[in-house]
Design a protein around this ligand. Structure first.
Ligand code: C2E
Ligand code: MG
Ligand code: MG
Length: 606
C-alpha cells in the first residue's frame, strides 16, 4: 500500500490556481519521500559532525563534546524519521527540519576551524531543497525565512569570518531552493488536472499501477467511477465556463467527503475515478452514494473491487461496466459490477461454449384474426446447478455483469432465427415474426447491427421478419451508439420494439427520440383490469400518434382479452395464449400453442 499512499494527493479547497500553487505541495511530495529526504538530511549532518569532531586537533577553538553530542542526536533523529516518517504529518516534518537547522547552525558555530564552518554551511541548500520539494510554497518560504538568518548568524559568529562570507551559502540556498521548487512543481503538474486540482488520468493510472504491482498479499482496494449525468446538457446550454464551474464544485465537495487514503482523480471529461484502499465493495457503494448525494447534480457510479490476477486495465474496465450499467438502467444510481457469483459465471460460460443454453418461444397472437399466432417471442432458458432459483431476468443481469451478454445475445439470436425457419415451415400459411430481446449493453457494441444481420443471413431468416425488443427504461435515448445501431438495423428491415413500456419511468421524449416500430406494454398495466381501461385507451392513442404497432403482454384472462378487443387492440401475448415453450412443443401438431394454454403438459420447464 506504500506505493498507493505515495500517490495520494490531498487538496484542501481547490478554489483557484493561485491558492493551489501557494497552498499545496507538489504532488511528488508524498510522506515516504518526505521521510526519506529528511532522514538523509539528518544522517548527513550527523555523520559530518562526527567526522569533524573526531578530526578536531587538540587545542582548536571548537567544542568537540557538544559537536559530537549534536552529531549523534542528528544521526538518531535520521534513523527515527526513516522508520516513522511516513506517519508524520507535514507540520511535524517542518518542525523536524527546523530542528535540524538549529543543530546545523550550532555545529557551524562550534566547528574547530572557519574552513569547517564554511564547509558545513554548504548543507543549508540541502534544507532549501528539502523544503522546496516537499512543502507548499508558503511553508517552504517560512522555513527559508527561518534558516537563512540562522545561516548568516552561524557563519558570522566566527570572528575569523567577515559578514560577506555568509553570502555564499545564503545565495546558493535561495537559488537551489527556488529551482527545486519550480522543477518539482512542473514535474508534478503532469499528474494534476489543472481545472480541479485533482489527479488527472495519468496520475490515477500511476496510482493504479502502484496497487497492481504492490508486493505481498493482494490488496483490498475498491474503485468507483463516477460520471455526471447532466454535464453535457449544462455544457451545451450554459457554456463551457458553467461546465468548468460544475466540475470544480463537484471536485471541491468530494474532496471534503473523503478520507486521507482515498485517491480521487478527474479521469477525463466529466468522469471521476476514486480508489479506496482497505475498503470493501459494500463500503465503496455507501461512499459512492454519499458522494452522489453531496453534489447538486445527478451522477451515476460504477463500483468494483480488486481481484487477484487483475491488471490495472481489467480493474478499470470492470468499474466502467458498473458505470455503464448504472447509466443504461436509468442513471443517477450506483451499480456494483461484481454482483454475480463467479461460480455461476463459470457455469454460464461453459454452457455457452457447449451450446446448452436453451430458447423457448411464447406466441404473440392477432385477436382480430381469431387468436391466430402471428409471431413468437424468444426467451432464454437455462438452469444453473450453482443457482437453481435463477430466473431469466437474473441470468441476463449476470451475463451483463460478467461481460457474457454479447455471447449470450448472439447464441439466443442464432438459435431463434434457426428455429424460426422450422416454425415457419410448420405454419406455411402465414409469415411469422420472431421477437428477440436485446440488452442495452449489446446495443452499444460497435458491430452489433452488423452481427445481427450476419446471423439473420447465415440462418436464412429474413430481416423483415425479425423484431428486436429493447427495454425502454434501459435504453438511454442519448446513447448515440445505440441509436446508430438501431437505425442501421431498421434500414435493413429489422423492426425495433420498445419492451415493457408503461412500467417504471416511461418518457414520451424518449419514445419520440428512439427509432422504433412496435410498443410492447408491460404486464402490470393490464393486471388490474379496473385501472387498465383508461391506461390502455391513452396508450392506444399514443401508439397510433407515433404510428407504432401495439402489443399487450401478460394477458391471462378472457376478461383482459375482451377489454383489448373493445379498445380495438389486436396484438396480445400472455399465458392465455400460451406459455413460453420449446421448439418441439411449438411444432408438435397435436398441441397447437394457442388453444389450450392451461394444459400442464405444455408448460415451460422453467
Ligand atoms: P420480457 O421480454 O418482457 O418477456 C416477457 C416475460 O413475461 C417472460 O418472462 C414471460 O415468460 C413472461 N410472461 C409472458 N406472459 C405472461 C403472463 O401472462 N403472465 C406472467 N406472469 N408472465 C408472463 P421471462 O421468460 O422470465 O423473461 C423475463 C425477462 O427476461 C424478459 O422480459 C426479458 O426482458 C428478459 N429476457 C428473457 N430472455 C432474454 C434474452 O434472450 N435476452 C435478453 N436480453 N433478455 C431476455
Ligand atoms: Mg421482451
Ligand atoms: Mg416485456
Amino acid at each position: 500500500m506504500t506505493g498507493l499512499r505515495s500517490l495520494v494527493v490531498r487538496r484542501t479547497g481547490v478554489l483557484s490556481d493561485i491558492r493551489l500553487l501557494v497552498g499545496a505541495p507538489p504532488a511528488l511530495a508524498t510522506r515516504p519521500i518526505m521521510a526519506r529526504i529528511a532522514a538523509a538530511f539528518f544522517a548527513v549532518v550527523g555523520v559530518m559532525g562526527i567526522v569533524v569532531s573526531s578530526v578536531i586537533p587538540e587545542g582548536s577553538t571548537g567544542n568537540r563534546g557538544i559537536l559530537l553530542v549534536g552529531a549523534i542526536i542528528s544521526v538518531f533523529t535520521g534513523a527515527l524519521v526513516l522508520a516513522l516518517g511516513r506517519y508524520l504529518s507535514a507540520p511535524a516534518h517542518a518542525g523536524l527540519i527546523a530542528f535540524a537547522t538549529v543543530v546545523l547552525t550550532y555545529m557551524l558555530m562550534e566547528a574547530p576551524d572557519p574552513v569547517v564552518t564554511m564547509a558545513l554551511s554548504c548543507l543549508y541548500p540541502c534544507i532549501a531543497c528539502h523544503a522546496a520539494f516537499v512543502f507548499s510554497w508558503r511553508s517552504a518560504a517560512g522555513l527559508a525565512a527561518f534558516a537563512l538568518p540562522l545561516c548568516t548568524f552561524g557563519v558570522t559568529s566566527r570572528p575569523e569570518l567577515a559578514w560577506w562570507a555568509a553570502l555564499l551559502p545564503v545565495t546558493s540556498t535561495v537559488i537551489v531552493g527556488t529551482g527545486v521548487a519550480i522543477l518539482s512543481r512542473v514535474a508534478s503538474e503532469a499528474d494534476i488536472d489543472s481545472l480541479t486540482g485533482l489527479l488527472n488520468r495519468r496520475g490515477f493510472d500511476r496510482a493504479l499501477t502502484a496497487v497492481t504491482t504492490a508486493p505481498g498479499a493482494p490488496p483490498k482496494v475498491a474503485m468507483v467511477l463516477f460520471d455526471l449525468d447532466e454535464f453535457k446538457t449544462t455544457n451545451d446550454r450554459l457554456g463551457h465556463r458553467a461546465g468548468d464551474t460544475m466540475l470544480k464544485n463537484v471536485a471541491d465537495r468530494w474532496v471534503q467527503q473523503l478520507g486521507r487514503d482515498a485517491v480521487l482523480a478527474r479521469y477525463g471529461g466529466d468522469e471521476f475515478g476514486l480508489l479506496l484502499p482497505n475498503t470493501t465493495e459494500a463500503e465503496a457503494i455507501e461512499i459512492a452514494d454519499r458522494m452522489r448525494a453531496a453534489i447538486a447534480t445527478d451522477c451515476s457510479a460504477g463500483v468494483t473491487s480488486w481481484r487477484q490476477g487483475d491488471t490495472a486495465s481489467l480493474f478499470v474496465g470492470r468499474a466502467d461496466i458498473g458505470l455503464y450499467r448504472a447509466k443504461a438502467t436509468g442513471r443517477n444510481q450506483t451499480m456494483l459490477e461484481s454482483s454475480q457469483r463467479p461460480a455461476v459465471v463459470t457455469e454460464l460460460r461453459a454452457a455457452l461454449e457447449s451450446g446448452t443454453v436453451d430458447v423457448h418461444y411464447q406466441p404473440i397472437v392477432d385477436l382480430a384474426g381469431a387468436r391466430r399466432t402471428v409471431g413468437y417471442e424468444a426467451l432464454v432458458r437455462w438452469s444453473s446447478s450453482e443457482q437453481p432459483e435463477l430466473t431469466p431476468s437474473g441470468l441476463i443481469t449476470i451475463a451483463e455483469g460478467s461481460d457474457l451478454i454479447g455471447e449470450l445475445g448472439r447464441a439466443v439470436l442464432h438459435r431463434a432465427c434457426s428455429d424460426a425457419n422450422v416454425i415457419q415451415r410448420a405454419t406455411p400459411d402465414i409469415a411469422i415474426v420472431i421477437n428477440v430481446n436485446v440488452s442495452c449493453l449489446e446495443l452499444v457494441r460497435e458491430n452489433y447491427a452488423t452481427n445481427v444481420l450476419r446471423i439473420a443471413a447465415s440462418t436464412g431468416w429474413p430481416a423483415n421478419q425479425l423484431v428486436l425488443e429493447v427495454t425502454e427504461s434501459e435504453l438511454a435515448a442519448d446513447s448515440v451508439q445505440a441509436i446508430a445501431q438501431l437505425q442501421k438495423l431498421r434500414r435493413a428491415g429489422v423492426r425495433i420494439a420498445i419492451d415493457d413500456f408503461g412500467s417504471g419511468y416511461s418518457s414520451l421524449n424518449r419514445l419520440a427520440a428512439l427509432p422504433c416500430d412496435v410498443l410492447k406494454i408491460d404486464r402490470p398495466v393490464i393486471s388490474d383490469i379496473r385501472s387498465a381501461r383508461p391506461m390502455l385507451t391513452a396508450i392506444a392513442a399514443l401508439s397510433s400518434a407515433f404510428e407504432l404497432e401495439l402489443i399487450i403482454e401478460g394477458i391471462e384472462s378472457t376478461e383482459q382479452e375482451e377489454l383489448l378487443s373493445e379498445l380495438g387492440i389486436s396484438r396480445a401475448q400472455g399465458y392465455l395464449y400460451g406459455r413460453p415453450q420449446s421448439l418441439d412443443q411449438i411444432t408438435t401438431p397435436t398441441a397447437p400453442a394457442h388453444n389450450s394454454p392451461t394444459n400442464p403438459t405444455r408448460r415451460s420447464r422453467l
